[in-house]
Design a protein around this ligand. Structure first.
Ligand code: AMP
Length: 512
């Protein structure tokens, strides 16, 4: 028999709010977690975004907190999120599901004014949703007292680890009452996360749900192999030739490239926006709102900024850069093809990207379909060991003036020995994104200042040995407000070069 929300012992007010949202049946994590949370037990949830885990903890929390009142500066529950966007999303969930209850919420994220946040706290909040850095800042200023926290949620713990937030989390947990309910969620369980879960949780109920079908049948995947200098043109042509394109995320690996790609697209007449961690928070929020409302069609973004962002009906994802971590590819393309809808994901690969493409194919166990971009030559691919692979076919115009597709080449299947590892940056090239070290200096053991020193990571020393360890987003310091971040001071050479390629038939206002 199917479980319904009514079977989960939620209050009439919460059930009414859920009905208003239109959810028919609880997802597996909701079915398992909600009764346990309502019983007051700790939960260790192994689940990623897209599984419905947010409602899995917000719905029962609303009911638990509906009795009792918050005192000034003493939040009754605390939710820690790794990014501002996720924190904002969680607070929106509370607004939505808690609309028939009288609870006070506060969102503490970097980039917002201290005074306003402090005023909210003075009023007394039932639910405080925060990123770790900003939460500690306000605590240190004496604006928050944590002695009344009865429920703690640590969300996306593995992402917190990637971002170097674990020392902050450990500090925050040390400031909380020992008697409390703790809900701990992570998509993966590397050793360090397991250690934290053991330390923070008391006799937890462990709930693991399988990830949503991120790379499954509902997302069609394509790869276009082009030369480095043709990347921008390839993106433009793919965007122009995709007939069902409603809205798309365009992922870049480096923040400085995001701005350059965004400008090139706007100059070409596309309705684009950008999203990355160097932007002021109000601009980030406004941009995201515009994208969600359909006022912007294309959003050029970083992995961290777009992590977990839930945009219903996203039609396309473009990997302008091949992600250096295969898991990021899964997260990126999982933004589309959600909730039973179909989506299309494109990846633009250059000869240098061979081993990263192989790592992706190995992880998702499926090769994206190779496509040629009309008018652009397909190029040979470097396999990462200095060998060039076969390729180099010049494409022929297709009947509809769009891209011509052909079958993936069997030799592109990843060999077991190939792993995504960064090469040291060649002189004059853009730096690779920072890597997390595992040997002798994990971020978990670093101070914030140390975490800010990125030169060693950029050279790719001390690489991770397993999948979790190898996983690091392109701009891990995105959400740290206290670490100076290099501003975009470099425009990649390929964006400055004049391209002399025949223009496609429609909408071809040339950039730069
Ligand atoms: P999350 O994993 O919490 O990020 O949720 C992913 C998406 O699933 C969000 O768009 C939610 O609004 C949606 N969602 C959550 N619970 C349900 C449900 N029971 N039925 C349908 N959609 C849901």
């Amino acid at each position: 028999m199917t479980t319904t929300f009514a079977d989960l012992e939620l209050s009439a007010n919460v059930l009414r709010a859920v009905e208003d949202v239109g959810y028919k049946t609880p997802t597996p994590i909701q079915q398992q977690a909600i009764p346990i949370v309502l019983q007051g037990r700790d939960v260790l949830g192994i689940a990623q975004t897209g599984t419905g885990k947010t409602a899995g903890f917000t719905l029962p929390m609303i009911d638990i907190l509906s009795s009792g009142r918050a005192k000034a500066r003493m939040p009754r529950s605390l939710i820690l999120e790794p990014t501002r966007e996720l924190a904002t999303q969680v607070s929106e969930n509370f607004e939505l599901y808690g609309k028939y209850q009288k609870l006070n919420y506060a969102l503490l994220i970097g980039g917002e004014r201290f005074e306003e946040q402090s005023r909210l706290l003075d009023r007394g909040v039932d639910v405080l949703i925060a990123t770790p850095g900003r939460m500690l800042d306000l605590f240190e200023r004496g604006k928050i007292l944590l002695a009344d926290v009865k429920i703690l949620v640590i969300d996306e713990a593995d992402r917190m680890l990637d971002m170097g937030f674990i020392p902050d989390i450990e500090r925050i947990v040390g400031l909380l009452p020992r008697i409390r309910q703790t809900l701990f969620f992570s998509a993966t369980m590397p050793k360090e996360i397991r250690r934290l879960a053991d330390a923070f949780l008391s006799n937890p109920k462990e709930i693991a749900v399988s990830p949503p079908s991120t790379t499954a049948e509902n997302v069609q995947q394509f790869i276009a192999r082009v030369s480095k200098d043709d990347k921008r043109e390839a993106l433009r042509r793919l965007l122009q030739s995709e007939e069902g394109l409603r809205n798309a995320l365009v992922f870049c690996n480096r923040k400085r490239d995001i701005d350059a790609v965004y400008r090139a697209l706007v100059k070409s007449g596309f309705n684009a926006g950008q999203l990355h961690g160097d932007m002021p928070q109000p601009t980030r929020t406004a941009t995201l709102e515009k994208f969600k409302a359909g006022d912007i069609d294309l959003l050029v973004c970083s992995d961290v900024a777009a992590r977990g962002i839930d945009i219903s009906g996203l039609s396309h994802v473009f990997n302008y850069d091949v992600p250096m971590n295969a898991e990021d590819y899964v997260h990126r393309i999982g933004r589309t093809g959600r909730a039973g809808k179909t989506g299309r994901a494109f990846m633009i690969a250059t000869p240098d990207d061979g081993k990263y493409v192989d790592a992706i194919i190995k992880l998702v166990k499926r090769a994206p379909e190779t496509i040629a971009v009309e008018g652009l030559g397909e190029v040979a691919e470097d396999d990462g060991a200095g060998r060039r692979r076969r390729g180099g076919k010049r494409s022929e115009p297709s009947a509809n003036g769009a891209v011509r597709e052909r079958q993936a080449e069997p030799e592109r299947q990843a060999g077991p020995e190939r792993q995504a590892e960064p090469e040291p940056a060649a002189e004059g090239e853009a730096d690779p994104p920072p890597r997390r070290e595992t040997a002798g200096g994990r971020p978990a053991e670093r101070s914030r200042d140390e975490a800010g020193r990125r030169g060693d990571r950029r050279r790719g020393r001390g690489r991770g040995r397993d999948q979790e360890d190898a996983h690091i987003p392109g701009d891990v310091m995105d959400e740290r407000d206290d670490v100076p971040f290099a501003k975009a001071d470099h425009v990649p050479a390929f964006l400055l070069r004049q391209v002399s390629i025949p223009k496609p038939s429609r909408n071809s206002k040339e950039a730069g």
